[in-house]
Design a protein around this ligand. Structure first.
Ligand SMILES: *Cc1c(COP(=O)(O)O)cnc(C)c1O
Length: 212
């Protein structure tokens, strides 16, 4: 299956208002350009230098979404090129993105990553921390809080996955902020469930570009 046909297949099944972020991490620029030719404009990357290099070697109308764990000392590589940082997982990181955005005269769109999976290792805020954080949003004038991102457990029990997505959607709905319009959940193996449970972004790599 070609990259273009996979993108067309997924877009054909996504409801209006749900955006496909094509996760191109570890794939060459040529793969990005192939997807671009098929009309894809939003791409997901998980490493700062890789995202920057691809941004510099492709087209300016590509929207780069940063989706990996971001170290504070790498924020300055990402902020100038990024359209949205989906994986904000600590207050320290938030502060650094705010500071760096201010120095560049920008406001950076961010999603807060929420830990919803059973696995211990997955990063992100706990659902309880999100409400508190949002009460302090004014401390970060150069961040636009757009919503939440989460990853479900990597298990075959689809009802368990569905219930994790549902938890995230409930949390998302409980936060009343005018800028809160984005719920990013769902990857290659669980995107259909995520869409059924209210995702507005799905992040899909393997299904489009093949195994990494
Ligand atoms: C790699 C990655 C994806 C894409 O995963 P696939 O299973 O290849 O679709 C989505 N979200 C995050 C946060 C990732 O790191």
């Amino acid at each position: 299956m070609s990259i273009a046909s996979q993108i067309n297949m997924i877009n054909g099944e996504l409801p209006q208002g749900v955006k496909l972020v094509a996760v191109s991490k570890f794939k060459p620029v040529s793969a990005v350009l192939e997807a671009y030719s098929a009309g894809q404009r939003a791409f997901g990357e998980s490493r700062p230098k890789e995202m920057r290099d691809k941004a510099l070697n492709s087209y300016p109308d590509i929207e780069w979404h940063f989706i990996g764990h971001l170290q504070t000392n790498k924020v300055k590589l990402v902020v100038p090129y990024v359209s949205m940082i989906e994986s904000v997982d600590s207050v320290r990181l938030l502060s650094e993105i705010d500071r760096c955005s201010a120095s560049l005269g920008r406001v950076t769109d961010c999603l807060l990553e929420v830990h919803i999976a059973r696995e211990e290792t997955k990063q992100g805020f706990s659902p309880d921390e999100i409400g508190v954080l949002m009460q302090n949003a004014l401390q970060f004038p150069n961040i636009r809080f757009r919503g939440l991102m989460g990853m479900a457990s990597n298990v075959s029990d689809t009802e368990a996955v569905r219930s994790e997505f549902r938890t995230l959607k409930k949390l998302f709905d409980s936060i009343e902020r005018p800028s809160f319009d984005t719920l990013s959940m769902g990857m290659s193996h669980d995107w259909k469930i995520a869409v059924e449970e209210g995702a507005t972004i799905v992040r899909i790599g393997t299904l489009i570009f093949g195994e990494r």
